[in-house]
Ligand binder design. Structure first.
Ligand code: ADP
Length: 171
């Protein structure tokens, strides 16, 4: 695919090694990848939009981007399909973990196809080590002072520790 553009949307609350793995795989498929950080995702987030944008940018700085590939981070504050059209993307990337992801992803894919049949959703599976990582689990473990070092980077770990310390101070 020449000059192909894809969007990888998500909440990234926080950005995990699972997200990094999907990002690298998506870059193998398209030339230009935009990580779309959702402002409103229907989920309440631990990190603000600005914090998530900064975090994703810091984390992707560590990714080895192959020659001729381009990776950017943008806010999604509208309908995903409208965002994809704005940035000229014909592909939406989503990650699939266990069967539990399938039903929601299936519905989203069909809905998005109804909204714009020109935009295709491609599902990627993370490498074995990363398949079970979810931002929610990471937050739950971090809140209880568990070891999250195999799920997120040391910098993200630090941010989570600060958040939970801060939360305890002001109940
Ligand atoms: P999460 O689902 O972890 O709360 P997001 O909403 O930010 O996080 O996820 C964005 C996309 O990344 C979704 O398509 C999700 O299924 C995918 N994803 C997240 N973690 C993984 C993982 N470990 N393996 C594969 N896909 C993943």
């Amino acid at each position: 695919m020449t000059n192909s553009i894809g969007v990888y949307p998500g909440t990234f609350d926080p950005f995990t090694y699972g997200h990094a793995d999907i990002t690298k795989r998506a870059l193998d498929v398209v030339d230009n990848l935009i990580i779309g950080v959702a402002e409103h995702s229907g989920k309440s987030t631990l990190f603000s939009l600005q914090e998530r944008l900064d975090m994703v940018k810091e984390e992707i700085d560590k990714i080895n981007i192959p020659m001729g590939k381009n990776l950017q981070v943008k806010t999604i504050d509208n309908l995903l399909i409208d965002f994809a059209n704005q940035v000229g993307a014909k592909i939406i990337f989503r990650g699939l973990r266990a069967i539990s992801d399938f039903e929601l992803e299936f519905k989203l894919c069909i809905m998005n196809r109804r909204l714009d049949k020109e935009i295709e959703t491609i599902f990627l599976m993370a490498g074995e080590k990363y398949q079970f990582i979810s931002s929610n689990f990471v937050k739950e473990i971090a809140a209880l002072n568990g070891d999250i070092s195999t799920f997120v980077s040391p910098e993200v770990t630090e941010k989570l520790i600060k958040k939970f310390k801060g939360e305890k101070k002001c109940p």
